[in-house]
Design a protein around this ligand. Sequence first.
Ligand code: CO
Ligand code: CO
Length: 329
Amino acid sequence: MGPGDLEKILKVFPENVSSELIVGLETRDDAAVFQIDETRALVQTIDFITPIVDDPFVFGQITAANALSDIYAMGGKPLTAMNLAGFPCSLDMGILGEILDGGHRKVVEAGAVVVGGHTVQDDEPKYGLAVTGIVDIDKLVTIAGAEPGDVLVLTKPIGTGILATALKRQAITEDDMPEAIASMTALNADASEAMTRVDAHAATDVTGFGLLGHLHNMMEASGTAARIEMGRIPTWTEVHDLAHQGMIAGGLNNNRQYLEPFVGFEDGIEDALKAMLYDPQTSGGLLVAVPADKADRYVELLKEADTSAWAIIGEVVGGLAGSITVEKG
Ligand code: CO
Ligand code: CO
């Protein structure tokens, strides 16, 4: 399923409207936003994934960071989380306990609370969380506000899908990817807090549709285009080699197939690098469109918060809505 296929599945009934619903099904935003009084709105999201690493505690942490991220992408603060799990009865229940423990610790780190959950029997383990947050309406950041001239900032490296594929194919072990694991378990809280202080125009988090998919969604929703530079996009050293070795999952090919008509590459960018841009991410960073005169300040705030992997990757430009030019840089 590509970034645009959701619309074909979702049917919005005419009765399913509410004046309090600020952000709903119609955009490809990260979470729904429902106004509760004059100044505040609830931010609601749900996300679940299958194990991306073998360590159940780490998997729990990654899953929770990934789910909480959609609240952060909109400038919100998480309040409550509910667990959702699928688990085979053939496996030791202690593993499920470790997964939930990992998730719980991340929710607590985010300043939120786990308020309940539900587990069903499932052949393949799955874990996810439904998260409710709160946002000051004047600090709300959506996917749709980018303007030509804005600077595009990415707050985590890309390549987790390629690493996970290599892990599944036993080309690497979890010990070979400590930085990527640290990145996937890291909350986007600081990047989110900082973006509300520089009046970011638009934001989203980079997950299953890859960097280009989420950038395309932001540009299409904003009615703008983007120009990014390959040389500025952060990744982990081993990812480039693994891409050359063909450690590419089906999701990456789906993304590429859907997105290719929107993307123009400068000559001389090798296929392994292009693949990285389509790579589905788990618990990726925020992609933020910052007014050009505030970009330096945003980067300063990210440095102060020790968000070590920030990078200015390009800019928002005029042009066909949703189109992306990738230069070598
Ligand atoms: Co998201
Ligand atoms: Co190469």
